[in-house]
Design a protein around this ligand. Structure first.
Ligand code: ADP
Ligand code: MG
Ligand code: MG
Length: 883
């Protein structure tokens, strides 16, 4: 097997198609080199080597050592420099790079190849002593941190002291002599902490660094990131070894990061930051405040220091041309790293840029309109779940804002919550369903779990490309970064700003779109659904086959669902109506009645209530199908508990409280979810379903008479296991329909069908379809009954199950395709064999999950039904599934 792939100097052993093998970084470096962009030469050790490295007890086979020697020779041939040469040494960077970008997860070592001897050669060759010693001290610091895993605090402290002693504030003010002294101090620190002197052999340095990159694949923070992002551990990382280019060679040198379009709003404008006389991570780490790339951006921000466009117009022009080349080549917005070494531009990385949902939408729609991509590609470019960010409220522009600080609008959206000052607390409080805002001076990969748990993130330091900003945008969390003027003490759990204090637990609101930080809660408004969102939805609707309905049981939910484009109601749960106001007493009276007469007395009073509920929903949904599920939950759930609840029911029913309590005790169940619920209620008390059916038909006729536009009621019988159950219940429904139609002197189109939510029903679907005119897969219960896992109790162990790969994802979130999916496929096949035009849908939580929607498309369901806010997500996911 070949493990080493070269790039640069006219050679590219790989390309952008090799991302699995070379990692994203390596594949794109090779690709950029092959399209003639200026890339420092180098080579990539493949992800296959990472896997083998772990298989073989973290060792490198001789063949790989030989291949790496060949890679080094490749770089030497192009640069004319020799690795370890005392006169004109080749320096390299050792960079990690997995298949997908994992911001900040893996570590990079720069300036490798420096030692006491080569540093002197470098100074001479570059004719810049300060530069050489600056590079050496950076190298030791990084190597000690990443490879030797020594505490980096001591190194930073030494640097701070060196600056303080001289009255400096910036690293760049340190002279060559200061840096020499610092290097000596660093080497002392290494020897003290590590027990051995800093490695002087450049080959030892190289292999140490390569091993460390592979080693970091199994670091704790990489594992956390993988878990949060569903990245399998088997992918491994690649290692890139690349000739160094130097942005720290004085005022004609610089380093920067850029996006070819605005990653936050999506505007077609170059966007980025750079630093003169700096290296690599200085920009992201917030060591100095970076300068803007373009003049427009600088002016807009009212910033003073010259933009790159102004300070280095020629190189900037070259860079802009590279941006266009890259966008046309990759046909997507790119996130780029570059370095200028003495006015010469070098490209160090490109990848598809992370973006907010808003930017993703705008960029996809714009690029399609520019003719760069097709409508289909535009549809595939937007992650359906990311729309969630756009569908939720933003801050009400007219609400009062008690602004206490302002930072950079690092990730848009509004968030309110209680202030917390560390990631662990954020995670703990969020687990208790508290909304929290995570406040940090700056974030690092160790904070990822807290950022994930938080509703929003606030940092005192760091720019638009800081760790906090990049990660927050990726997660869709609102973020305000670099809020100057605030001082944070994580230890004392307090933030101070302009004479005010925010303590742990205090409420705070962030506006990630403006960068404002406000005390207290601020009112929100509904999102705007026109514009790019509307355009993409139109395109999606043109290609999707699956219909999208909503799970909704209130007129308000139905209106929201229609605004979001729902094509009907796929699940209207009638029991929610039973809990409202005074009705619960009637319901209790009904279920606690000792005979049919008692039940009917209560049901007669419930009838007008149900009818008016249905009428309101049918009005909103006029002309569309509405699936109404007859009463489903265990009677158990309706039982009174408190003394006063018993008293109320006793009075309403006119029976004494002790009889009532005795009856309630009789109804107690050990396992209510497998107990007296679903159609079992209808079988034992048909008058309940009779009343509900009557309410449905009366309401439907009322609406048809009033508006002329009748809804299409689909009466759904829950928890059916056998055809006979459905037959009995269908007879009740049909009889109610017949009676109402006779009374009102008109008829109405309606369907009677069933949920498929028990394995037996799925197996006997062929028979059940003889009576059922539609099936709706109730995948919550079907998952629960197929797996034998109670969804109300699963939280305690399901995490461990997913972690150990027993189920790839939470089966209550994303359908268990192998097991539950097979039952669905079988039911679809058998149902259709009996009744070719049977209507098939899904109404579990899975109806709003993109992966499950793809499955529904595959098995050929007619529609999915999701909660109202998930409807646009489902429309987009359905379109993607159809492509
Ligand atoms: P990350 O994945 O964390 O961005 P990178 O490997 O991209 O890590 O490197 C970190 C920083 O070092 C980046 O700013 C990158 O541009 C810079 N860098 C990496 N390799 C070189 C090199 N050969 N010459 C100059 N700068 C480099
Ligand atoms: Mg890094
Ligand atoms: Mg990078």
């Amino acid at each position: 097997t070949q493990y080493v792939y070269r790039f640069g100097g006219g050679v590219s052993d790989g390309g952008s198609g090799d991302r699995n093998l070379l990692g994203g970084k390596g594949a794109n470096l090779a690709e950029m080199a092959s399209i003639g962009l200026p890339v420092p030469p180098g080579f990539t050790i493949s992800t296959e080597m990472c896997t083998r490295y772990y298989e073989e007890g973290e060792q490198f086979p001789q063949s790989v050592r030989d291949e790496v020697a060949g890679g080094i020779a490749h770089i030497e041939g192009i640069t004319g420099k020799t690795f370890g040469d005392a006169a004109d040494p080749l320096l390299v960077s050792v960079r990690s790079g997995a298949r997908v970008s994992m911001p900040g997860m893996m570590d990079t070592v720069l300036n490798l190849g420096l030692n006491d001897e080569t540093v002197v050669g470098l100074a001479k060759a570059a004719d810049d002593e300060r530069f050489a010693w600056d590079s050496y001290r950076r190298f030791i610091q990084m190597y000690a941190d990443v490879v030797l895993e020594l505490d980096h605090g001591a190194f930073e402290e030494a640097l701070e002291i060196a600056k303080e002693d001289n009255g400096f504030t910036l690293d760049t003010e340190l002279s060559a002599d200061h840096l020499k002294a610092l290097v000596a101090e660093y080497k002392g620190l290494v020897e003290k902490e590590w027990g051995k002197p800093f490695p002087q052999d450049v080959h030892d340095q190289l292999w140490g660094a390569v091993g460390a990159v592979f080693g970091s694949w199994q670091s704790e923070r990489a594992k956390v990131y993988r878990r949060l992002n569903d990245i399998p551990a088997t992918w491994g990382t690649a290692v890139n070894v690349q000739a160094m280019v130097f942005g720290n060679m004085g005022d004609t040198s610089a380093t920067g990061v850029a996006f070819t379009r605005d990653p936050s709003k999506g505007d077609r404008a170059y966007y980025g930051e750079f630093l003169i006389n700096a290296q690599g991570e200085d920009v992201v780490a917030g060591i100095r405040t970076p300068q803007y790339l373009t003049k427009v951006a600088r002016e807009e921000a009212g910033a003073k220091p010259a933009s790159m466009e102004e300070a280095m117009p020629e190189v900037y022009g070259e860079l802009a041309a590279v941006f266009d080349t890259l966008e046309n080549h990759y046909r997507d917005m790119q996130d780029i790293e570059f370095t200028v070494e003495r006015t010469k531009l070098w490209m160090l990385q490109t990848r598809s840029g992370k973006r907010t949902a808003k930017a993703a939408l705008k960029i996809a729609v714009d690029m399609a309109n520019e003719g760069l991509i097709t409508h289909e590609e535009a549809i595939l470019r937007v992650e359906p779940m990311a729309l969630d960010q756009l569908l939720h409220p933003t801050l009400d522009p007219s609400a009062h804002r008690d602004v206490i600080a302002k930072g950079l609008p690092a990730s848009p959206g509004a968030a309110s919550g209680a202030a917390v000052f560390d990631a662990d607390t954020a995670e703990r409080w969020a687990a208790e369903s508290k909304a929290v805002i995570l406040i940090r001076t700056e974030t690092s990969p160790e904070d990822i779990h807290g950022m994930h748990a938080a509703k929003g993130i606030l940092t005192a330091r760091g720019g638009m490309t800081s760790h906090a900003a990049v990660v927050a945008r990726g997660m869709g969390r609102p973020c305000v970064s670099g809020a100057g003027g605030i001082s944070i003490s994580a230890k004392d759990k307090v933030m101070r700003v302009a004479g005010r204090e925010v303590r742990e637990g205090d409420l705070l609101t962030l506006d990630g779109t403006t960068g404002e930080v406000m005390a207290g809660l601020v009112a929100t408004v509904q999102p705007e659904l026109a514009g790019d969102f509307g355009t993409l939805m139109v395109w999606a609707d043109e290609v999707r086959r699956l219909k999208v309905r909503a799970n909704a049981e209130t007129p308000q939910d139905c209106r929201t669902a229609r605004e979001f484009g729902a094509e009907g109601v796929g699940l209207c749960r009638t029991e929610h109506m039973f809990f409202e106001g005074a009705r619960i007493t009637l319901v209790r009276q009904m279920i606690l009645a000792s005979d049919e007469k008692g039940r009917r007395a209560a049901l007669d009073k419930l009838l007008p209530e149900q009818r008016s509920d249905f009428a309101e929903i049918f009005e909103v949904m006029a002309g569309l199908p509405v699936t109404v599920r007859l009463l489903d939950p265990p009677l158990h759930e309706f039982l009174p508990h408190e003394e006063n609840e018993f008293a109320e029911v006793a009075e309403a029913a006119g029976i004494d409280i002790d009889t009532l309590k005795a009856r309630a005790a009789e109804l107690h169940e050990f396992n209510p979810m497998l107990g007296h619920r679903g159609c079992r209620l209808g079988v034992t008390y048909p008058e309940i379903y009779e009343m509900q059916a009557r309410a449905i038909f009366e309401a439907a006729i009322d609406v048809a008479e009033k508006s002329g536009d009748a809804p299409i009621p689909e009466v759904m019988i829950p928890l059916v296991a056998t055809k006979r159950e459905l037959d009995l219940m269908k007879a009740v429904v049909d009889k109610a329909a017949k009676t109402v139609f006779e009374e009102r002197g008109r008829t109405l189109k309606y369907l009677v069908g069933t949920m498929i939510e028990l394995p037996r029903a799925a197996l006997k679907a062929g028979e059940i379809a003889e009576s059922g005119e539609f099936f709706s897969f109730g995948t919550n219960d079907l998952t629960q009954t197929t797996l034998g896992v109670s969804r109300d109790d699963a939280a305690r162990f399901l995490g461990a199950y997913v972690e150990q790969g027993i189920y790839p994802k939470d089966p209550f979130v994303s359908i268990d395709v192998e097991g539950v999916g097979e039952l669905i496929e079988l039911a679809v096949e058998r149902g259709r064999a009996t009744r070719p035009d049977i209507k098939l849908g899904i109404c579990g939580e899975h109806g709003g999950d993109p992966a499950s929607i793809a499955f529904c498309e595959k098995v050929g369901l007619d529609y999915v039904s999701a909660s109202p806010y998930r409807v646009p997500i489902a429309r987009l996911a359905a379109a993607q599934a159809a492509l």
